[in-house]
Design a protein. Structure first.
Length: 253
């Protein structure tokens, strides 16, 4: 019963945030994040319909849609890195390439494990993909938080809310998936409420921090991240140039 109440509260809060984003004209400022929230809102409505009309197929339907939930959640990571590094175009370009590469690697890993296994189980495959995506997202969130803290990067209320709300939910998912797979934990009814409670907490954080548009504070000087990126890029180019010259000399000898 409590789980149903949480579910309805999540749907109502999602609808509230989406309606408010249109009214406050915040939707386009964080497009990937709001697309993710829209997809989750529609998934919740579909799950509710399936549970009501066809409860026998709810479990497989849940795992299929949970893959979409986790997949579109990766767009939030891209959104966070985009806005956190908006004053550092060079570093942002490298980060974007790295993030897409990580996503491709996770998908290839799960696909390979599914194909090479003796029996393919869609539910197991989607569950593995969700677990790996959530774990990768947790690591990437820790990375961007550490980067912002190390360089003391000023961020607006919107970005702070997205980061901390999504971090709370993702870390709860990782803990839940890790302990939920252990013998005895998965059968405890209270353990299944960890993710819904964390997600509702994230929604409440977003309801407050995304009430109106609050961009990152403007800076007149070049960011420290971009300066360090240019320094590393220059050292890398010099090292590669020396290596190329050394190989050419070796070839001539």
């Amino acid at each position: 019963m409590f789980g149903q109440i949480l579910w309805w509260m999540e749907i109502a809060t999602e609808a509230f945030i989406l309606v408010r984003s249109i009214d406050a004209r915040v939707y386009r400022k964080y497009l990937a994040f709001y697309i993710y929230l829209t997809v989750v809102f529609l998934i919740d409505l579909l799950r509710l319909c399936v549970l009501t009309l066809r409860p026998s197929v709810y479990t497989p339907f849940y795992w299929y849609t949970e893959f979409l939930h986790a997949g579109f959640g990766y767009a939030v990571i891209l959104e966070i890195y985009k806005h956190a590094l908006n004053k550092s175009p060079g570093a942002a370009r490298i980060a974007r390439t790295f993030l897409w590469g990580v996503l491709a690697a996770v998908i290839l890993k799960v696909t390979w494990n599914a194909v090479s296994g003796p029996v393919w189980s869609p539910g197991t495959t989607w569950a593995a993909l969700e677990r790996d995506l959530r774990t990768v997202q947790a690591i990437l969130l820790a990375g961007i938080i550490a980067l912002l803290a190390y360089y003391v990067v000023a961020t607006g209320r919107n970005l702070k809310g997205i980061i901390f709300g999504y971090s709370a939910y993702i870390y709860a998912c990782v803990v839940s998936l890790a302990f939920g797979s252990l013998p005895g934990y998965g059968l405890r009814p209270g353990w299944r409420l960890v993710q819904p409670i964390a997600y509702l907490a994230a929604l409440l954080i977003w309801s407050y921090t995304l009430w109106s548009y609050s961009p990152n504070p403007a800076t007149e000087t070049e960011s420290k991240i971009e300066r360090d990126y240019k320094l590393i890029a220059e050292k890398t180019r010099r090292a590669l140039a020396r290596a190329s010259s050394f190989l050419k000399l070796g070839g001539e000898l």
